[in-house]
Design a binder for this molecule. Sequence first.
Ligand code: CU
Length: 118
Amino acid sequence: MKSSKRAFSNPSLLTKAVLVAAIAYPVGVWAQSKTDIVISQKNRTYAPGAVSIKTGQSIKILNDDMFLHHAFIDSDEMEFDSGSMDEGESAIVKFATPGVYNVKCAIHPKMNLEVTVK
Ligand SMILES: [Cu+2]
């Protein structure tokens, strides 16, 4: 009897649990939406070839070809290098500074993805 009375008279645990759930849920949704944009490397092209995102957003570059790709960005604002990406491998790139960026491929010089960061 004593222990059940103590549980009811101490609502702070329940309050904390509700608060944690209320904070964790939107953060989880936000973290997920950060990588919603997937760019496919297919037939030696980036698809789509151009994308517009907000500052702080990330894109995921996925190799849908059966051979290697190697995405990179070389600009004054940022550097990125995925290294060699095998079939099915992906890389996530975060853009922290507004601007227009060209994602190239070190293996296929004609590949170009234009990322506009607003
Ligand atoms: Cu390539």
